[in-house]
Ligand binder design. Structure first.
Ligand code: SF4
Length: 347
């Protein structure tokens, strides 16, 4: 009689490189056997399970349902006509978004999700949490790098998704997205183009290897160390402490690191000590600070301007005392154009 491992091998051979709905598999294999076999493959990152819906009663689903899709050594994807573009974010230069959607599902709410909904790229929050890779990203880079190289200072990954997105079901970085991001960084670096990277997840140590430029700058978003805040607003990304540890490992390997303290919450969202947050990333080479925009809750906070002015002053004081270059974002008190070329300058 077949074991779950036997069934897993048979399914893998049969559907290699393709995808199939769980309801189809249930016509062929007994449900308990099927779920055990798929769990083995999922744990070994041989399949990606696109759970539809991702959430049930606001909780992350980890089970299997007939509506789910199984991708065998493949990943949900879309095609794009262009990839590289000049960002409007003042400290950026060129940027790419090689993934649509983000499994972190931040509830600030996520600006990238709102824009994607507005342009009809995703339907709703649940749809946003089902990432899709831009399958022709590397092909596009082959033609776009020569086109823009003379005007490009650096390329940022990414403002509209997370390039090292976490897989909260399996408590690891999403291997397909991580691999694609690493390939893109290597491709850009091989043309002498520096990358700035920003994640709310954990950096892999492979970035310390030779093929990645030492000029790259690796950042994490960190706006709170509070665990309740994390569960409420950044529910499916790794805890802040794990992000910081992974970033510190890159720093200790001699790589350039930075921290983005944006969108920084007001005290009516979470009571916290900014100094503690700054201390937790006191080893970084650069700091960006920005207020929390697009939230009625933030606007309800009295003394909003004074609060953010004090925060900016604290960030500036901290950065100056440690000799860390910094930038205060547009719309945040103490913003000036003088510091926005933060990543254009060599550290
Ligand atoms: S990590 Fe960034 S892109 Fe992803 S959901 Fe959160 S805010 Fe949006």
């Amino acid at each position: 009689m077949d074991t779950p491992k036997d069934v897993a091998e048979k399914l893998q051979k049969r559907y290699q490189g393709g995808s199939v709905r769980v309801s189809i598999l249930l016509d062929e294999v007994d449900s308990t056997m099927l779920f055990d076999a798929l769990r083995i493959l999922e744990l070994h990152a041989k399949i990606y399970i696109q759970r539809i819906p991702v959430l049930q009663e606001r909780k992350l689903r980890t089970d299997l349902q007939s509506s789910d899709f199984v991708y065998f050594d493949s990943f949900p994807s879309i095609r794009r006509r262009t990839l590289l573009y000049r960002t409007a974010v003042e400290y950026g230069d060129f940027t790419i978004n090689h993934v649509l959607g983000c499994a972190h599902g931040c509830t600030y709410p996520c600006y990238a999700m709102n824009i994607s909904k507005r342009y009809g790229r995703v339907e709703n929050y649940d749809d946003w949490m089902r990432p899709r890779l831009v399958e022709n990203a590397l092909d596009l880079l082959r033609t776009e790098i020569p086109k823009y190289q003379s005007e490009m200072g650096f390329v940022h990954l990414s403002f509209m998704t997370d390039p090292f997105m976490y897989d909260p079901v399996n408590s690891r970085n999403n291997p397909w997205i991580e691999n694609r991001t690493l390939k893109i960084i290597r491709k850009l670096n091989s043309h002498g183009i520096k990358c700035t990277v920003l994640t709310k997840s954990k950096y892999p140590v492979v970035l310390t290897e030779q093929e990645y430029s030492k000029e790259n700058e690796y950042g994490i978003t960190l706006v709170s160390l509070d665990t309740e805040f994390h569960s409420k607003y950044e529910p499916f990304s790794p805890p802040a402490s794990e992000r910081i540890d992974a970033l510190r490992a890159l720093h200790e390997a001699g790589l350039r690191t930075w921290a983005s303290l944006e969108p920084f919450p007001t005290p009516n969202i979470v009571q916290q000590n900014l100094q503690e947050i700054l201390d937790s990333v006191g080893f970084v080479d650069k700091i960006v600070f920005g207020k929390w925009n697009y939230s009625s809750l933030v606007n309800e906070f009295i003394n909003l301007e004074a609060f953010y002015t004090d925060c900016s002053d604290e960030v500036i004081g901290f950065a100056k005392s440690k000799g860390i270059p910094y930038h205060i974002k547009k719309k945040t008190p103490r913003n000036t154009k003088e510091t926005q070329s933060l990543f254009h300058e060599l550290a």
